[in-house]
Design a protein around this ligand. Structure first.
Ligand code: BDR
Ligand code: CA
Length: 308
């Protein structure tokens, strides 16, 4: 079993990723840390609790983290996810607790005391960047960081150049990319190939479970935005790609290369500049996933969600 901590800003696709992880016996979810991103921190924390209760896992430890980026004003994405972050389904208020410790302290303490922990950031990298800044010794304790973020050949989704998670806190992303930790990116180049379909949503509904209904409702909601924006048939399931890669590393392919974050330009802030062709001598600091098997991805996801 691989030990993971999910760092997240739910968000419908984050929610699907959390359910996917909780349904995967290969993974031990040591905790969920929340961050401001798609919606403010209070809502991302509430949504993480909603999702764990939906999975009948009120025992999962949830830690609230940073409520704003390391050096910038928070940008949110209600235009994609709705004002609750989980629009598409009406949820009752969760009752499971939030842990007392701050997410950053939980990350530092857990990494110092436990070997082989993989971090799975699904939102802006504020908690991880802050933890690495506060306790640089944890870098060598992290097994790997597998994150959803970035986009290079595919461009951006919040600006022409930048993907949302990196754009919101580029300084935090820069700390992660320079940390020396083994990093794998699931960028838009990959996630825009993992599009939902009407058949898949119908199959979720046909599960006839609370989880199936929720996944179908959430996906229907955020699909309307992506279909209008990209003219594509479905919506990309960004964050579940991180979990899929951990469960079955043969699903996606990519390349180890240098990836750096643009911090200074107003035009391209948060751009993930990937030296895919190796035209510089800059260190190869990340595996940049670019392609994947959509059919196998959705089969794996459906099989796992069906167990909840
Ligand atoms: C990322 O941004 C958020 O809107 C999604 O949850 C995903 O993590 C995609 O750019
Ligand atoms: Ca997210």
């Amino acid at each position: 079993m691989r030990k993971i901590i999910i760092d997240t800003d739910p968000g419908q696709d984050d929610a699907v990723a959390i359910l996917f992880a909780l349904a995967s016996p290969e993974l031990e979810v040591m905790g969920i840390t929340t961050v401001a991103g798609n919606v403010p921190l209070e809502l991302t924390t509430k949504n993480a609790r909603i999702v764990c209760e939906l999975a009948k896992r009120p025992d999962v430890q949830i830690y609230a983290g940073c409520d704003r980026p390391m050096g910038r004003t928070l940008v949110t994405a209600e235009h994609v996810h709705g004002e609750t972050g989980l629009n598409g389904v009406i949820h009752t208020d969760p009752t499971m607790p939030v842990q007392d410790a701050h997410a950053v302290d939980f990350l530092i303490e857990t990494l110092r005391s436990t070997d082989g922990v993989t971090l799975c950031p699904l939102g802006p990298l504020t908690n991880i960047g802050t933890a690495l800044q506060k306790a640089p010794d944890i870098a060598r304790r992290i097994d790997e960081i597998v994150l959803m973020g970035g986009g290079y050949f595919e461009g951006g989704n919040i600006t022409p150049a930048a993907e949302f998670n990196i754009y919101v806190d580029p300084e935090a992303a820069d700390i992660v990319m320079r940390s020396g930790v083994k990093v794998t990116l699931a960028p838009l180049d990959l996630t825009h190939k993992m599009l939902t379909s009407a058949e898949w949503i119908a199959a979720m509904r046909a599960l006839n479970t609370d989880v199936g209904d929720a996944v179908a409702g959430w996906t229907d909601f955020f699909e309307r935005f992506d279909v209008a924006k990209y003219g594509s048939a479905g919506a990309p399931l960004h964050d579940p790609c991180v979990i899929a890669h951990l469960v079955d590393p043969t699903l996606f392919s990519g390349r180890l290369c240098n990836v750096e974050i643009e911090l200074n330009s107003d035009l391209t802030r948060g751009m993930t500049v990937a030296d895919w062709w190796g035209v510089t001598d800059r260190p190869k600091n990340a595996t940049f996933l670019r392609d994947g098997d959509r059919t196998r991805f959705f089969t794996l996801l459906s099989t796992r969600l069906a167990t909840l």
